[in-house]
Design a protein around this ligand. Structure first.
Ligand code: SF4
Length: 412
């Protein structure tokens, strides 16, 4: 096992999600330039932001009780280096994700910048607007059972975020952290107002900074709205249906079930994936279907991956993390050996379908295993497909940099 962990960063990233890590007393993470442990928006992350060998960014569970029994420990040495140990044996040196100066900055009105947005890997994540209304539904809350968003808001996040506030933080994150991508995330609001709320922010970012932008919201009932987002230059839409098994979907995501239903989530994914060949050619477009592995049997997660890729969308697969104070806090995290086939299939299905994975410039994600990061779990090599992806990646990077240069010239 130790030899595999040392030689296979894909396996190490996955195993750390499943088992978490204990911090040795030698660690003073915030004081040494790393990011503090922020409880994060979508209810799936709460840990240590670090960069594993192979450039795999990750968020390792630390604060959940299961992490206290992890065979992994993090150690700091007097040289200032950090090492991950497994059962007392060194596995690898690890870098802590850098803590940018703007993490300590405030806006002119006194709001902390991190209450507007935080880095999740190398992109800026913004949980926009008020708390998801499943958390305030009457007579009973209908929030997704794994979710912590309603627990976090008002603590780590500011409720109202004006366009100016968001633009200030996006600019700082661009200048100081080199972000290329901004991801907006909302919960459910009555009247499907989430796209109306987000569009002014998207337009400003696109017009003034030219960055890649994505939105993760419930599926709007008027699917034509996604044609509008495509025209606007949005680069990613993501729909989190979480669970492919209809019975478990009903039980774990009661709000999503009552409001939209699993079939409508799937319809939205199919529709949006079909927009790839439309809209502005210089703007890449990807549709994600997001699931949480570990909340249903592995074969059901694999069926979800096969369905998502069959319509031309890219699966985003999180590893279930039983966050403290959520309805599922007493559930066990999934076992690594059950997760390996799921994430292997994620990579293989994307490669078999020729989906554009790993092409966005400088986007590393800490909260999930990206499909391309799972290559180490598969014995299949796909040489032609990899060559094509490399070419596509270079093309995207070139087009993105050209666009930024054009914008900079315009501003100058
Ligand atoms: S839709 Fe579910 S996961 Fe998303 S914020 Fe609302 S309760 Fe949380």
């Amino acid at each position: 096992m130790l030899a595999h962990l040392r030689s296979n960063p894909s396996l190490l990233k996955l195993d750390l999600y499943c088992k978490g890590i204990q911090l040795d007393d030698s660690c003073l993470v915030t004081d040494d330039g790393g990011r503090p442990i922020l409880r994060t928006r979508a209810g799936l992350g709460s840990g240590l932001e670090a960069i594993l060998p192979g450039g795999l960014w990750t968020n390792v569970p630390v604060t959940e009780p299961f992490a206290q029994h992890s065979p992994y420990t993090l150690h700091r040495f007097t040289s200032g280096t950090y090492w991950i140990h497994w059962q007392g044996e060194p596995v690898t040196e690890v870098a802590l994700s850098p803590r940018p100066a703007w993490y300590d900055a405030t806006l002119p009105n006194g709001k902390e910048m991190t209450h507007i947005g935080t880095l999740q890997g190398t992109y800026l994540g913004i949980y926009q607007a008020k708390v998801c209304e499943y958390w305030t539904a009457k007579p009973e809350k209908t929030n997704c059972k794994f979710c912590s968003v309603g627990l976090n808001l008002g603590v780590d996040d500011a409720d109202e975020k004006s366009v100016e506030e968001v633009m200030t933080v996006v600019r700082r994150a661009r200048e100081e952290s080199g972000i290329t991508y901004v991801d907006f995330n909302t919960g459910h609001y009555d009247g499907d107002t989430y796209l109306d709320i987000l569009e002014p922010y998207i337009l400003r970012i696109k017009e003034e900074l030219g960055l890649l932008v994505g939105v993760q919201t419930p599926p709007h009932r008027d699917l034509k709205r996604y044609d509008g987002l495509r025209e606007m230059g949005v680069n990613r839409v993501s729909f989190c249906f979480e669970i492919f098994d209809p019975k478990l979907f009903r039980e774990i995501c009661p709000g999503k079930h009552e409001e939209y239903g699993l079939d409508y989530y799937l319809e939205a994914i199919r529709y949006c994936a079909g927009l790839a060949s439309k809209g502005p050619r210089h703007e890449p477009w990807v549709t994600n279907g997001e699931i949480i592995a570990g909340l249903e049997p592995p074969e059901s997660s694999i069926a979800a991956i096969d369905w998502i890729t069959s319509v031309g969308a890219v699966p985003t697969v999180c590893v279930f993390r039983p966050l403290v104070h959520t309805d599922l806090e007493d559930w066990a995290p999934p076992k690594t050996e059950e997760m390996v086939p799921v994430f292997r299939r994620l990579y293989e299905a994307c490669m078999e379908r020729g989906l554009p994975i790993g092409c966005a410039p400088n986007v590393h994600v800490s909260l999930v295993m990206l499909p391309e990061e799972c290559a180490g779990l598969s014995k299949k090599r796909y040489p032609w497909q990899r060559l094509k992806l490399e070419a596509k990646k270079r093309m995207f990077k070139y087009a993105f940099e050209r666009r930024l240069q054009t914008l900079e010239r315009r501003v100058a």
